[in-house]
Design a protein around this ligand. Structure first.
Ligand code: TYD
Length: 234
């Protein structure tokens, strides 16, 4: 279904979708494809990413991904991720949702639960408190978890890193990546209303079709583009 050219569909409260999963799961490609498909249907779409997405958060991104904060410990890193998230939420995500935009975000609070909480061994109460402060009520309407065996994801991430050095989190061992995969699946199982698991070990075009159809089924009815007469009768 396509909206009439030039007609923009605005949702009353916006819609917030996060893309989660391990390394090399193809999240960024899928986010781009979904953004294109939703824009073609007339929705106003904003794509963003974490860590980063706002001026303040992008300043913290480099500190985290270069490993500059690693020697100060996981608690320090977790607080920095939360600081970046808070700025991103208040400066970019919340205002966009208030304008009726569909916001697509590459990683969000579940990455902190998994990377800092589970494989960083931080106490759950500490991680929960940081999450509450950082998101300040902005919880994703839908979280898509791109699932694939850690060995496949790591191989893809390594190939990608052939031209680029692996970041602080990509350098970790296979066992750690397996634990993260399980942790994302546990989050999905505990919150089936918000989370959808997608098998990421398939051709991108097949995954994109599944992602679009699951998102379209969740978008609020009142904001959906109306089919044109020609489409309605064919
Ligand atoms: P990035 O280069 O954006 O890559 P990708 O999402 O493609 O893996 O790297 C982000 C890294 O930061 C990634 O290894 C996961 C990690 N991360 C955390 O540890 N905690 C967080 O809260 C977030 C948002 C990311």
């Amino acid at each position: 279904m396509h909206a009439d050219p030039g007609i923009e569909v605005s949702l009353a409260k916006g819609f917030f979708i996060t893309f989660e999963g391990g390394e090399g799961a193809g999240k960024s490609t899928q986010m781009r494809l979904l953004a294109e498909a939703l824009s073609a249907r007339g929705y106003r779409v904003l794509t963003t990413r974490e860590p980063g997405g706002s001026v303040g958060a992008e300043a913290v991104r480099h500190v985290l991904l270069s490993g500059a904060a690693e020697s100060f410990g996981v608690r320090m890193e977790a607080i920095l991720f939360a600081a970046a998230r808070s700025d991103h939420v208040e400066e970019v995500i919340r205002p966009a949702l208030e304008q009726g935009t569909i916001v697509l975000c590459d990683r969000f609070m579940d990455s902190s639960r998994v990377y800092q909480g589970v494989t960083g061994n931080l106490e759950p109460a500490f991680v929960e408190t940081l999450e509450r402060v950082a998101v300040n009520g902005v919880i994703p309407d839908c979280t898509i978890i791109f699932d694939l065996p850690a060995s496949v994801g790591l191989e893809r991430a390594r190939r990608r890193a052939a031209n680029d050095s692996p970041d602080r989190f990509e350098k970790e061992q296979l066992e750690t990546h397996e634990k993260r995969r399980e942790a994302f699946l546990d989050i999905a199982a505990a919150d089936p209303e918000r989370c959808r698991v997608v098998d990421a070990n398939r051709p991108p075009i097949v995954i994109a079709a599944e992602v679009l159809s699951l998102v379209e089924a969740l978008l609020p009815l009142e904001g959906r583009p109306q089919p044109s007469n020609a489409e309605a009768t064919s």
